[in-house]
Ligand binder design. Structure first.
Ligand SMILES: [Zn+2]
Length: 80
């Protein structure tokens, strides 16, 4: 799970970008924190850069499966 201290800096947003499951190595659609849906490993990725590849991390024996990335926290590139 991603951590934060001040709730004032995070807002819930019902957007389909948070439902998409991305392939390892595919181009990042939104800058932010991504979570591997198989094991929970988190990474940060920048829009336009490839998401970490399949061999990025090892899965434990009880959570075998492919690396797949899901956006969990999206950066807002504009002032609020
Ligand atoms: Zn994983």
């Amino acid at each position: 799970m991603a951590y934060y201290k001040y709730p004032a800096y995070l807002n819930p947003k019902d957007h389909p970008a948070f439902d998409a499951i991305a392939e390892p190595g595919s181009l990042t659609q939104n800058s932010g924190i991504y979570r591997c849906v198989t094991c929970g490993y988190e990474c940060t990725s920048i829009e336009g850069a490839p998401l970490p590849p399949q061999y990025h991390h090892q899965h434990p024996a009880d959570r075998q499966g492919p690396v797949r990335w899901r956006l969990v926290v999206c950066s807002a590139h504009h002032a609020h």
